[in-house]
Design a protein. Structure first.
Ligand SMILES: [Zn+2]
Length: 136
């Protein structure tokens, strides 16, 4: 499921041929899919959410919760799987989250909203992740 290091793209042109145009726009150009359009907004299926670009494990499905914000939301991630970057674009001070392995854009992280006991919301584009369902 996970791309071997030797096959990880090194350039944006290499990513472009691997990803669909919509995936490339989000993962490599920091785009955002429209709210409520992503395939995983309401998904409850148990499994592991992986980076759609490189296959790295990011979010176990038991960290997913209903935030009613229109994007898949998680209150925790696999340790070390995510890196955070200050994002002051669009006149807002936010914290961008990226896959630590391949540097692809996932979404933003928000804290202090009180949704869950962990008080953290990883707001992630469905296009940035792929669910690997548990075997029954
Ligand atoms: Zn990745």
């Amino acid at each position: 499921m996970s791309l071997p290091d030797s096959e990880l793209p090194r350039t944006e042109d290499e990513w472009r041929v691997r990803l669909s145009p919509a995936e490339f726009r989000v993962l490599r150009e920091h785009g955002t899919e429209p709210a409520w359009t992503g395939e995983y907004v309401d998904t409850k299926t148990p499994g592991m959410y992986r980076c759609r670009a490189c296959g790295a494990e990011l979010y176990p499905s038991d960290t997913k919760f209903d935030s009613h914000c229109g994007w898949p939301s998680f209150d925790d991630a696999i340790p070390g799987a995510i890196k955070e970057i200050e994002d002051n674009s669009l006149g807002m001070s936010r914290t961008e989250i990226r896959c630590a392995r391949c540097d692809s854009h996932l979404g933003h992280v928000f804290r202090g909203e009180g949704f869950t006991p962990k008080d953290t919301r990883h707001c992630v584009n469905s296009l940035s992740i792929r669910l690997d369902p548990n075997d029954a």
